[in-house]
Write a protein that binds this ligand. Sequence first.
Ligand code: GTP
Ligand code: SPV
Ligand code: MN
Length: 586
Amino acid sequence: MTNNKSVLEWIEDKKALVNPDKVVWIDGSEEQLEALRAEACATGEIIKLNQEKLPGCYLHRTAVNDVARVEHRTFICSDKEEDAGPTNHWMAPADAYKMLYDIARGSYKGRTMYVIPYSMGPVGSPFAKYGIELTDSIYVVLNMSIMTRVGQNVLDALGDSDDWVRGLHCKCEIDEEKRYICHFPQDNTIISVNSGYGGNVLLGKKCFALRIASNLGRNEGWMAEHMLILGLENPQGEVKYIAAAFPSACGKTNLAMLIPPELYRKKGYKVWCVGDDIAWMRVGEDGRLWAVNPENGFFGVAPGTNMKSNPNALISTQKGTIFTNVVHNLDDNTVWWEGLDKNPPTNSLNWKGEVWNADPETKGAHPNSRFTAPAKNCPCVSPEFDSGKGVPISAIVFGGRRAKTAPLVYQSRDWENGVFVGSIMASETTAAATGAVGVVRRDPMAMLPFCGYHMADYWAHWLEMGKKLGDKAPKIFNVNWFRLDDEGHFIWPGFGDNMRVLEWIIDRCEGKADAVETPIGFVPKAEDINLEELDLSLDTLKSLLEVDKDLWNTEAEGIEEFYQKFGDKLPEELKAQLDGLKARLK
Ligand code: GTP
Ligand code: SPV
Ligand code: MN
């Protein structure tokens, strides 16, 4: 399929290492994918679902010990330890290669090596970057074929260039103790062994599009971010684009596909989804910040997705979708998860494949169960989705799960202060990564698990980008949909009603809305958030917008402690921002 020497040599080399029975190049054709689906069904790797109700849909179960990203086994193998920084695990490249090659050696015996040429970003776009993933998993081939642009045209676009990302995935024995996800930014290489879970093995996603790409972006002067991209169309038909970074399982897919409340729809508002997880952003010819979604599908959290919370996501999963670790309804050969509806199937298997039958004592689907759906299925997919030049970003929004501290929304004072706001993001942990759930941790720009180099250098890069953008920089905001009342219930209705907050954000960008200055930034005047047709009092909204000085003084201490990790590398600007915050809180 190609004469590219760097490609052919690398594949020969890896083939000699893992020793497959045969090699199959993925050409992107439907015939080849269909044959692979049939093969995977025959071995039980995937299960064909009811093709009348869910055409082209399949179910897959991962190993029970392999259901989420494993941050403690994810490494940045830069030449110098200092370049990985205090928030990443580091391994010396030579040691890592040796260890990984020892694990991978001969592991494809009796298996097929699939060669997946893929593009992150529309093929041929100035944003696009190419990669090749070698894998022994059909599940990975099928998922990559949904999540990225795969096939011959990628090799054609690559030509004989050496500028592509090498990815080797070996299932091996799915041994937890030998599971490693390693990144070699200096070699544009990723090696993943002993896992079959999405975020660890779909190497185009977090490994390439964030950890490797953040390095590329730093060197080449652009940004790779854990952000959704949405377009908000007003009744005049103008579309403004927003990029938003929330930690894993904190609402990116939901916000990206938001359906505005009826009163907004009647007026003619509409939200378009450009991306739900990753944004690559560059300064455009006009000096503004332009973004593309490098992915081609959604790897979304299933639990909680329903016709009320996110109809667009649910509709996206009704054809051509792979479900992972959800409930199998044996009555009609469909799928179910907690929060889909109130009728858990009584004749069913849980995510482990055990008889479940709607047992009220246990969860049927894994909390991090996922769907892999083609972006083109989404009813609100943006007309700009495939645009190689991207979309201009008006606002950047940070957010996380905070029971108390963070108000519903606030605007940073300027770009530098906005970088500070992103750097101090904190959120309660979720099931998207293994480990305790619900613990508050700092997750700067939602990039803690994904920044492929020293976090303080990453902040410096953000500050640098701000200088390049000057007065054309997007405005920076922070949101929190997750404030709790004393009974532990969410106070803000969230989901579609988040539109009311987006409206204020866009109005601020256009200088149309007022605000109240607080020590942390600008919050809305309560009257400026539209509460029409919402069962929420103005007083409750006021409480959601409150900035509690005591809580924020404690927060400032936490930030100070967090910042200490970065030592001399912490940009002066951020140190000054923290001092400014402390002074304003006095
Ligand atoms: P990753 O794919 O892991 O990066 O996650 P994500 O950021 O795309 O999160 P997603 O949209 O899948 O949401 C995860 C969970 O957050 C879902 O179970 C939702 O129920 C919940 N959620 C999303 N939006 C809101 C909201 O506005 N309010 C509340 N209360 N919950 C929300
Ligand atoms: C996340 O955890 O942020 C995800 C899912 O989007 S994964 O692909 O597993 O990283
Ligand atoms: Mn994500």
